[in-house]
Design a protein around this ligand. Structure first.
Ligand SMILES: [Zn+2]
Length: 376
């Protein structure tokens, strides 16, 4: 294992932050897995999974079972961890700019394509090698101008040439669920099965340039650019990017972390990256996807107490009561339900609703939304 520190451009005199990455296996391998935790710094379950992975990967590497490079970043967002305001840890948005830490990652496809266009040929593996190099060069050429840009830049540099990128998040009060691109679903399905994921969102354009999408989207964008230029060259979808929501913010438990780390390692076994024992997922065991455009936000129509009538993971019929909003002053009570029905995959942690606040989200299976599909 090699430990590397990456200094973040400081915003102010006397301050310094760094990201620490842990590198396992051989860098000469064409197989690279990148795993990070707590990009939203108030989402801690993934950090405990990363700690489990760190220990297991050290052992697996020492025993000679690791046939890939694995880069692990247990604390992806030291800036967010330093944001404590009036006793509350705020990790989703940068206090300096209001920006979401998991949005606005670089779009590298056009610049990488211009570098490799004339060199692409008939060998898919060679094209993959050329494109990975060009993606690395494209991100290396960027010059971050703020602390937040510097954080994003370091993370992209560590991940963009990986063939598996796992971004470990969690939701408020939730069941385990994942997000990936629709066209990557076949690659993601065994991972979702091994994790026991209960809802598997797919979308080829979630919007807002989140980290996982910024890593994997260039592959089909470059494929499309080559096709529109009339080039008959094979371009693989050579990066599987997945955001894994490890249940809710309070689900920080050693047994769950071990279970999740084991599932991730089993996925590496399934791909042949770990060779201590074989893992397979049968077709019957494969998870099934649901459209991200079918995620329904259940909104509080007025302020009041949120009283939930369901729990995460419940499957509700259309119109079935899910929560009530109670105004103890006026006696107004509103019963909320899903228009379409489906699986309640997350509930708000807060039990006081302001008007327009979402209090629950339901995976309906019906793609009824367009535009940006991720929440703020
Ligand atoms: Zn998150």
């Amino acid at each position: 294992m090699v430990e590397i520190g990456h200094n973040i451009l400081p915003a102010s005199l006397g301050n310094s932050s760094k990201i620490t990455s842990f590198h396992f296996g051989s860098t000469s391998s064409s197989r690279k897995v990148y795993i990070q935790a707590a990009l939203h710094a108030d989402e801690i379950p993934g950090m405990l999974v990363a700690w489990q992975l760190k220990q297991q990967l050290q052992r697996l590497e020492a025993e000679g079972h690791l046939q890939a490079e694995v880069v692990l970043v247990p604390q992806a967002n030291p800036l967010g961890h330093a944001q404590t305001l009036l006793g509350q840890q705020l990790g989703r948005f940068s206090l300096a700019s209001g920006e979401n830490f998991n949005r606005s990652y670089s779009r590298l496809a056009a610049r990488a394509y211009s570098q490799v266009k004339s060199a692409l040929g008939s060998c898919e593996a060679e094209n993959t090698r050329l494109i990975r190099k060009a993606l690395l060069q494209a991100i290396a050429a960027e010059v971050p101008q703020t602390e937040l840009q510097s954080l994003r830049w370091h993370l992209m540099r560590l991940a963009v040439d990986a063939d598996v990128v796992l971004d470990l998040h969690c939701d408020y009060s939730a069941v385990l669920h994942v997000y990936t691109a629709e066209r990557l679903w076949a690659q993601c399905a065994p991972l979702a099965s091994l994790l026991g994921s209960q809802v598997n969102f797919v979308s080829d354009a979630a919007g807002g340039d989140p980290f996982d999408e910024a890593c994997c989207k260039p592959w089909w964008e470059i494929r499309d650019m080559a096709a529109s230029d009339g080039l008959d060259v094979p371009v693989a979808l050579a990066c599987l990017g997945v955001t894994i929501e490890l249940r809710g913010q309070q689900d920080v438990s050693a047994s769950l972390a071990r279970q999740d780390a084991d599932a991730i390692l089993d996925f590496l076994r399934l791909r042949g990256y770990l060779t201590d024992w074989p893992v397979e997922v049968s077709a019957a065991e494969l998870a099934t996807p649901t459209p991200l455009a079918g995620s329904e936000n259940i909104i509080a129509p007025h302020p009041g107490i949120v009283h939930f009538l369901t729990t995460p993971g419940s499957r509700l019929q259309p119109g079935e009561p899910l929560a009530e909003i109670i105004d103890p002053v006026s006696n107004r009570v509103s019963v909320l339900s899903s228009r379409y029905g489906g699986v309640v995959y997350t509930l708000e942690n807060r039990h006081y609703a302001t008007t327009g606040m979402w209090v629950a989200k339901v995976a309906t299976g019906q793609a009824f939304k367009t535009g940006n599909l991720l929440s703020a």
